[in-house]
Design a protein around this ligand. Structure first.
Ligand code: ZN
Length: 123
């Protein structure tokens, strides 16, 4: 009786479900970036993401002040050097870097009716 083959590594199993295979995988080429892959917001397996993928997925990291930053970006952008868009002020995360959180003194003067956005939606 032949021995049963060992089950494939979970990363390899995930890759087999893809149609087109990327040239390289993010987990292999950029483990530091792969470690920031959001554990809950993504439906795509991290192991199946190509290094140069243009698919927008979610990332997260703990900022110096201990708060969690969460932002969407493509692996292609991440591997070309772009980091957290909340740290750079390009994206507003309510409760983290919005006007109401960072400058409550200014936010209190926000006009209640004449603005489309609330002060927690502006950096
Ligand atoms: Zn950040």
């Amino acid at each position: 009786m032949a021995l049963k083959a060992a089950p494939p590594h979970p990363f390899i199993r995930a890759r087999r479900h893809l149609g087109r295979q990327p040239r390289s995988y993010l987990v292999d080429t950029h483990p530091d970036i792969a470690a920031q892959y959001h554990p809950r917001y993504n439906t795509i397996e991290l192991a199946s993401l190509g290094t140069g993928s243009s698919m927008k997925v979610w990332w997260c990291h703990r900022a110096k002040d201990g708060r969690m930053h969460e932002w969407p970006a493509t692996p292609a952008h991440r591997t070309s050097g772009r980091g957290c868009t909340i740290c750079t002020g390009k994206r507003v995360q309510p409760g983290i870097n919005d006007l109401a959180t960072n400058h409550p003194d200014i936010a209190k003067d926000w006009h209640p009716d004449r603005n489309e956005l609330s002060p927690d939606a502006r950096a």
